[in-house]
Write a protein that binds this ligand. Sequence first.
Ligand SMILES: Nc1ncnc2c1ncn2[C@@H]1O[C@H](COP(=O)(O)OP(=O)(O)OP(=O)(O)O)[C@@H](O)[C@H]1O
Ligand SMILES: Nc1ccn([C@H]2C[C@H](O)[C@@H](COP(=O)(O)O)O2)c(=O)n1
Length: 264
Amino acid sequence: MSLRKFIVAIDGPAASGKSAVSETLAVRLGFLHVNSGAIYRCATLLAIRNDLLDLQFKKNLDRMREILKETKITMGPLGTSPIKNENVNRPSTAIFLNGENVTDQISKIEITKNVRFLAKIPEIRAASIEKQRELVQSKNLFETRADSKVDGVIVEGRDIGTAVFPNADIKFFIEAEAKARAKRRFDELVARGLNVDINGDPVDYEQILEDILQRDQEDLTRTHSPLRKAKDAIVIDTSNLSLDQVVGKVESSILKRLAELEED
Ligand SMILES: Nc1ncnc2c1ncn2[C@@H]1O[C@H](COP(=O)(O)OP(=O)(O)OP(=O)(O)O)[C@@H](O)[C@H]1O
Ligand SMILES: Nc1ccn([C@H]2C[C@H](O)[C@@H](COP(=O)(O)O)O2)c(=O)n1
């Protein structure tokens, strides 16, 4: 007998902690983790590799759509994170493009700087949403729990609870002050050895903060599916909370929701 799909939507601005929370809980609860931001990042990597970044031209956009259709994106557990920072010593989700592990490549600053140009194009958003929905229905590569009563999926991004899965079973909006987010992202990039630009020059905290503020602006003002709190989202400000505390809050709300469903 197939289990009922149980969708957890986690939205929030850049570096607010969505992936860290989702990755930890995916492993703990045996839920599939779908990182929608990683799909926009994969699209950006494909555009760079195929010299198609200039998507104002219809020819380029059509080609990009074809490439996205042909490309298989998968997400699965990678074991313990390669990140050394004690805050991020946790399981992490690996991202594969046609089987190639691109987890580190798509975290690079070159991708982060260009992803916003693709994320605002309606055709790219539609192709990305199609991939997100396919992934939600795909085989769970995470170790599911034998006692689980649901087929759980955690989907994270900017518009999951508002546009992609407006009927999600539970929604969270995770936020934090921009400076706290920039500090965490900077520490993470240093720990992963990814704090360099395309020329190999080091990138400092101020540049990361500037990028985060710029991406916040783009996310909030985009015409299609801008970043918004869903009316029924549980809002968590993580500025002064440890990762464990945030994970604890999200987990207890999910378990409460699951218990409510069992009673129905
Ligand atoms: N509450 C927290 N306290 C300390 N560090 C945290 C906390 N939450 C997340 N982090 C760390 O901050 C960094 C950014 O978090 P994460 O990658 O989860 O953000 P995100 O919202 O998924 O970002 P993006 O949308 O840009 O992918 C990671 O190194 C993560 O381990
Ligand atoms: N649902 C989503 C997810 C992501 N984006 C855009 C906005 C981000 O700048 C970019 C990369 O996401 P991140 O890895 O930082 O979560 O993708 C979006 O528009 N909608």
